[in-house]
Ligand binder design. Structure first.
Ligand code: TYM
Length: 331
């Protein structure tokens, strides 16, 4: 039996390089060896985006971008979270096992409160519980995610453990997953934290960015006058540029610029030009495929409907078992 994998992406805008290297790259590899459930987390997006007028287009966009990045809807179940009401039911049971104090301490919750103090809703507070339900509904072993989701995974394991202890063993404890190494954090181009959909747009490389836009963003990335002595300590924002280069450039290019840095002869303008061209080479084919797929709405609707059917089967089994264990079967 293949092991089960679950992961989701919120439809809150176009996908970026962080989403690709933190999550989608792993999805594409995992679809060959695992039983995969990948979904668009539309319910989760309502916690911060209550206006749903653009939701439908965003869901189809995220789907098209995932398929363009290499996901094969024949190999995996690709669906919208809201197609599985079983997730909402499991969320309800898990909410009774989640404590207000631990939810309030979650890093992402605290960030969101800071960013948007006028909309601190209960859905935002219980975001990690819904995420646990997404994962546990298929009894997943692995969850490919970026580093920013690590704490949510730890919480999902806690909720699973509490359920198993209270009502009998049902859920495996899901592990965050990245092929062969630590979870990834793709840095933003301005040297302040991670690349993200909502923060500084010019410091985020989207998979739909035009070649011109990619060049413009990379050339604006933060640098300085360069090291004055050989083997100087590398500042964070320069390390970040090297990290991006390692993702899209060949080893020789990275080595050349590393040697230049260590020899205090590096020219950051040249480094950024090389990075920009390799980035264009990486992003352009995904952008073009995504546009073609996005244009075929009938196809995308079919993918969502088939995916929902596959995912539903597994969700129904788990929820029936959950109800039985909780003691809610009366006839
Ligand atoms: P979301 O939509 O913010 O991001 C989707 C995926 O992209 C990863 N990611 C990054 N990885 C590395 N560097 C970055 N700069 C970067 N930015 C984003 C995220 O870690 C994630 O894997 N809560 C989730 C969605 C979700 C989910 C789930 C994930 C809902 N239910 C169940 C897994 C399992 C989120 O907001 O991801």
């Amino acid at each position: 039996m293949k092991e089960i994998v679950v992961s989701g992406i919120r439809p809150t805008g176009h996908l970026h390089l962080g989403n690709y290297f933190g999550a989608m790259r792993n999805y594409v590899r995992m679809q060959e060896e695992y039983n995969c459930y990948f979904f668009v987390a539309d319910w989760h997006s309502l916690t911060t985006h209550p206006d749903t007028s653009e939701l439908r287009d965003s869901v189809l966009g995220v789907l098209a971008e995932n398929i363009a990045a290499g996901l094969d809807p024949e190999k995996v179940a690709l669906y919208a979270q809201s197609a599985l009401p079983e997730i909402a039911e499991l969320y309800l049971y898990l909410n009774m096992l989640a404590y207000k104090g631990e939810l309030e301490k979650t890093t992402t919750f605290k960030d969101k409160v800071r960013q948007n103090p006028d909309n601190v809703n209960a859905g935002l507070l219980t975001y990690p519980v819904l995420m646990a339900a997404d994962i546990l509904i298929h009894r997943a072993a692995y969850v490919p995610v970026g580093k920013d989701q690590e704490q949510h995974l730890e919480m999902a394991r806690n909720f699973a453990q509490r359920f198993n202890y209270r009502y009998t063993e049902l859920f495996p404890e899901p592990q965050a997953f990245n092929f062969g190494s630590d979870l990834v954090k793709v840095p933003s181009l301005d040297g302040t934290g991670k690349m993200s959909k909502s923060e500084n747009q010019l410091a985020t490389l989207y998979l739909v960015d035009s070649d011109e836009m990619i060049r413009k963003k990379v050339m604006k990335a933060k640098t300085d006058a360069g090291p004055t002595e050989p083997n100087s300590t590398m500042p964070d924002y320069i390390q970040n540029l090297f990290m991006l280069m390692e993702l899209v450039s060949d080893r020789g290019t990275v080595e050349k610029f590393r040697n230049d840095f260590n020899g205090a002869s590096i020219r950051y303008g040249d480094l950024k030009k090389a990075l920009a061209e390799d980035m264009v080479r990486f992003i352009a084919p995904i952008r073009e495929k995504a546009a073609a797929i996005y244009a075929d709405k009938d196809y995308l609707r079919r993918v969502l409907s088939n995916g929902a059917e596959k995912a539903h089967e597994s969700a129904r089994k788990t929820i029936e078992e959950t109800r039985r264990l909780v003691g809610l079967r009366y006839f």
